[in-house]
Each structure stands twice: as C-alpha cells, then as structure tokens.
Design a protein around this ligand. Structure first.
Ligand code: ATP
Ligand code: MG
Length: 593
C-alpha cells in the first residue's frame, strides 16, 4: 500500500513527471532534485519566507535531494550584514538544512550570488559578442518612454545596432567605474514589439558606484534580477527554481538568457525549470519588507523582533515554534491561485503544538486577594500545604509538581462578580467554586475600599475537598456539585512577573487597503503590559525550555493562554509574552451581531 498522502500538490506532480522522464538524470532517480531558498539580504525573514523555505526544503527532503541557502545579494544599496546574519539564524530555526551546514560555523555552506559576479560578467560579454546585448547610453527616462506599453509596441534605441566592439568597450568602462550612476546600461537585444513587456530589451546591468557588503569596491556594475537569477540557479545546478506568481511573465526571459548563453556554445550551461506558485498572504498582516522596515524605523514597534511583527524573529520571540509555523505552511499547501489565508489558522497551528508540548502552570494576571478565614481552624494558621498538580494532561511523561496553598491567595479579578447573573459560575457572594488542585471555597464577605472597589474576599474552605475533589456525600446521601474552577496563586510564595499581552498589530484584514498606509490601520491596543502578575513559585525556566528544540521556555498559564519567556526575562525579573490565547477571541467577536 502506498504511504504517500492522497493528494500531492502541483509542484510535486511536476517533479514526479520530470523524474519519470529522466529530465535531470537517469529516469527514476529522485535524488537529482535541487531547490534553493534565495533571499535578498535587505530585511528580516517573515511568514511569507517561511512558506518558501517550507516548500523548497520539504521538496528536497521528500525526494532525497538538496536545498541551498543562497543570498541574492545583487543590490548593494539596500543590503546589509545584519540581514544576512538574521536570515541565516531564522532559516536554521525554521529547519532549513542546506548542504555543508555546520552547527559550529554559521556561514558554512551558505551561498552568495555575489560570488558569481565574475562568471556573470563573462557571460554578458559573450552575449555582446554574439550580438545579443548592447550598451545603451540614453538617459533612463528615454529608455522607459521607448518601451511603449501593453497596447503600443516599443521603439528601438539608436544604440541598438551599434558595433559589438563599441558595446564591449563601453561595458568594460562601466565595470571599471568610469561611468556615472545611471549613465549607461547593458540591455539584452530581444524584441521591442514583444507583447511580453519583459522581453522588450530588458536591462541586464546598471552602474552603481557603491560598495557592496561582500565584494567591496570590486564592482561598479550590478546585475538585474532577471539576468542574475537564472544564472545563479544554473551555476548551482538547481533543477526546480520555485518563485511566486508575479514571475510567471518573467519565465520567457529566464529561459531566453540561458538559451542565449548556450547559443553556439560547445559547453552549454545547465538549464533549470522555473515554477511559479501563489505567495502566502495572511489577514491582518503585512509582508512587504519595505513596509515592515517603515514600522521599525517609525517606532511603531520595538524592532524587527517585536513579538507583534510577522517576522520569524518576532514570531519566535512571541513564542511560536518552528514546528507550528511549518505545520501551518504545509496545511495551506502550494497552489496556483492567490488567496488570503485567515491568520487564525496560523494561531491555531501554534495552539495545536503547544497544547501537546507546553507544561501547565498557574498565574494570576489581574489579582484580587482571597483570605481563607477558617484556615486556622484546621491546623496551624501559617501552614503551607503543597498540593499535587498535573504538568501536562496531554503528556504523562512530564509528571507532576507541587503547588503551595495557604491562608492568603490571589485569584483573577474577573473571576469574581458581586451582582452576578444566574449563569455566572465563578465566584460570587455566597457562591462556591473549586480552586484547581486546591480546595473548594465559599465567598462569605466582600471587602471594599473607600472608593467602593472590591479589595478582598473573605472565604471559607472545605478541608474535605483537598486536591479539588468533591467532598463525600452528606448524611442524606446528597453530593454537593460545583460548576466553576478557577486558577489561583498562594500570595506569600507567588513570584512576581511581568506579562505582555499582544493583540493584532492591525485592525484591518488588509492593512493599508483604504489609505495606502498600513500605519493608518494600526491597532492602538495591540500591546498591554501587566507589570505585576503572580506566578506559582516553583517556576524554573530550564525545565520547559528543555522541551523545545530551540531552548525557549513556553508554558500554558491555565485558562489564560500559551506564554513564552521573553529574551529580556531574568531570574529576579521574569518577563512572559503571550504567544496565543487558548481560544480565538476574534472568531467569537466576528460571530456576534
Ligand atoms: P522584495 O519585496 O524585497 O522582493 P521578497 O519578499 O520577494 O521581497 P526575497 O528576499 O526576494 O523577498 O524573497 C526570498 C524568497 O521568498 C523568494 O523566492 C520569494 O519568492 C519568497 N517569498 C517572499 N515572500 C513570499 C510569500 N509571501 N509567499 C511565498 N514566498 C515568498
Ligand atoms: Mg524578491
């Protein structure tokens, strides 16, 4: 019986066919598959890039091939080492394993397009020699005008038919730095009347007299994406060059460049297959690097790794696991149609993973004091009772822990209501609730300050309910029942922690849709900081951290959500980020009239 999943996405099917035909090697040899993830180092990776990493790396894994990490560093102006560093870190975290990867050496096996500049330059000169490229010295405005538009054919540049020696000499001057920025370009000689605008003598090289973060001042010309990308793929022996749908109309050019190099060439270069798929778009999210940079530079977030950012570093800091991110990417699959994915599905993927893996713990975010007035009637007034609590009902192997119960406790302010409606099953005057793993308590008296705010509840506990269990039946055989169960913390022992709650960064499903400016749709309440929450005292980062491959501690605060220890957290100053609530409150809000 086949173990393959019932439906394979369209790229898997294309590759299956190639392998059956032997397009890249012996028919049936699956290991020939070579893919790559080709980021430009001009920003941090985001959820869209995760999709590309998932797609490229899962194909390589499935077929037993390889997936390269290659920087498409062809534009010196916007690129930076900081971005290279963060991208390598994030790609690793997401599970990308490129050939030559080495845990002891960050950069081992990492590839850079800039290492191919020399070869690209030689190929460009060959194209000029074959009469397939020329140097155009017209101002860029004019070049643009002559391109025409979809309804009007373009017109030829007066430089189009200049002698090849002349183009060659000018191209070498461009490369040596003898030409000002924008002074000349190298263009492919294709067809100014092509219905495909990309084929109207596209620019291959432009002059940029700026240092490059890796090649320094070696180059004064830089290749355009369409010229460079296929060559990078070819050099690396990529079989399937996967990109997003916008590049569909660029595919003829991708092929033209490689065919042009191979024309009359006794040693033709490898010709990869470009395949386009629909980019990932999620609601309430922006994934343009330019717009994300504007959020950072405008101070709307604390940085690229602000937990509200859709960047991989932001999501990691917030508490996302790479497993959840990959599961989401796999779940939404690879398609040919652009669609908007509900960001709630991403959050659900995280809930699913953390439900299985995050240990449980009790924390009170908005505390109200409870005093057990009959505590001294059943023992020493100062005693602390250590009660058994389950670490994770989904995972027996992580065992039990003990939580302290004593005369003074914290409960959540929201869990008490003075004038409660009938269906309010939490604490109310005269009402009884279960404190999870603790005891059943009954509210006897409500204490208020002069302003009329509730500041304390005086309650009695039933010593027969130890552990939260129901007491034995009374004389008439009646069993007392209870509906509400609350989380709590023992006031004396509790640890103080700062807790950061996040909501969506934007109020609009398509941020910036109305005005063009995503910042117009910022959610003013996307961050709530609780400076003093109370956490059960046996907290130790190390134990939950060990449960996750990246060593970041994540936990479920019972009834409140999943939380991760923030990078700013310290032993005496704990800081937690809420990764995701237990339920999707937005889905609920949407259903309300
Ligand atoms: P830019 O706006 O700078 O072009 P980019 O998002 O295309 O940004 P790249 O660094 O060129 O950034 O992207 C690297 C790879 O990630 C490319 O192969 C690109 O197709 C892919 N990618 C980027 N965004 C998405 C997305 N939303 N969904 C799927 N793949 C994406
Ligand atoms: Mg791009």
């Amino acid at each position: 019986m086949s173990t393959e999943p019932a439906s394979r996405h369209f790229i898997q099917q294309i590759i299956d066919e190639h392998i059956a035909q032997g397009k890249w090697g012996e028919p049936g040899d699956r290991t020939v598959v070579r893919t790559r993830f080709p980021p430009e180092p001009n920003g941090y990776l985001h959820i869209g890039h995760a999709k590309s990493i998932w797609l490229n790396s899962s194909l390589a894994e499935e077929f037993g091939g390889t997936c390269n990490l290659r920087f498409d560093d062809t534009n010196p102006a916007k690129e930076d080492e900081e971005y290279v560093e963060s991208i390598v870190r994030d790609a690793r975290w997401l599970g990308l394993r490129w050939p030559g990867i080495d845990d002891a050496d960050d950069r081992a096996g990492v590839l850079f397009a800039s290492d191919y500049f020399e070869r690209m330059y030689e190929w460009a000169k060959q194209l000029i020699g074959k009469g397939l490229a020329y140097v155009d010295e017209q101002p860029s405005e004019l070049v643009k005008q002559q391109r025409g538009d979809v309804n009007t054919p373009g017109s030829n540049s007066p430089f189009r038919d200049r002698p090849t020696e002349e183009s060659l000499a000018q191209f070498e001057r461009m490369a040596r730095g003898e030409v000002a920025d924008g002074g000349m370009v190298l263009r492919a000689k294709i067809d100014m009347a092509s219905p495909n605008m990309n084929l109207r003598d596209p620019v291959m090289y432009r002059v940029v007299n700026a240092p490059h973060h890796r090649t320094g001042t070696r180059w004064h010309i830089y290749p355009m994406y369409d010229w460079a990308h296929g060559l990078e793929d070819s050099i690396e022996g990529i079989t399937h060059s996967i990109c997003t749908l916008e590049f569909e109309a660029h595919r003829p050019l991708y092929n033209w460049f490689i065919d042009a190099i191979n024309k009359d060439n006794p040693e033709p270069i490898h010709h990869p297959q470009q395949i386009e798929f629909a980019r990932l778009n999620t609601t309430y999210t922006i994934t343009s690097k330019r717009k994300l940079l504007a959020l950072v530079e405008g101070g709307h977030v604390s940085g690229w790794d602000d937990p509200r950012m859709p960047t991989i570093s932001g999501m990691r800091r917030r508490g996302y696991t790479s497993r959840a991110v990959r599961a989401f990417c796999a779940d939404t699959g690879a398609t040919k149609f652009n669609a908007m994915v509900d960001v709630g599905r991403l959050e659900n993927a995280l809930r699913d993973d953390l439900n299985k893996r995050a240990p449980r713990c009790m924390a009170v975010l908005n505390p109200l004091k409870v005093t057990i007035t009959n505590w001294s009637e059943h023992g020493d007034a100062d005693r602390i009772e250590w009660l058994e609590a389950v670490n994770n009902p989904e995972d027996e192997s992580v065992g039990m822990r003990k939580v302290p119960f004593s005369r003074e406790l914290w409960i959540e302010r929201d869990d008490f209501m003075e004038d409660a409606p009938k269906k309010f099953f939490r604490l109310k005057p005269g009402g009884e609730v279960r404190l999870r793993y603790g005891y059943w308590i009954t509210c006897q008296e409500v204490i208020k300050n002069d302003a009329g705010d509730v500041v304390e509840l005086r309650c009695t506990y039933d010593p027969q309910t130890r552990g939260g269990d129901a007491p034995p039946p009374d004389e008439d055989g009646k069993v007392r029942k209870i509906k509400g169960t609350l989380h709590w913390a023992s006031a004396q022992e509790a640890l103080s922690a700062e807790v950061r709650l996040f909501d969506r960064l934007f109020n609009s499903e398509s941020p910036g849709k109305a005005s063009g400016e995503p910042t117009d749709d910022l959610n003013p309440d996307s961050l709530t900081v609780i400076e003093q929450a109370w956490l059960e005292p046996n907290w130790d980062d190390a134990k939950p951290a060990a449960l996750f491959e990246d060593g970041i501690a994540r936990v479920q605060f019972e009834r409140l959500g999943y939380f991760a220890v923030d990078k700013e957290s310290a032993a005496q100053a704990l800081v937690f980020n809420r990764a995701v609530s237990l339920k999707d409150s937005w889905a609920k809000a949407a259903k309300k009239p």
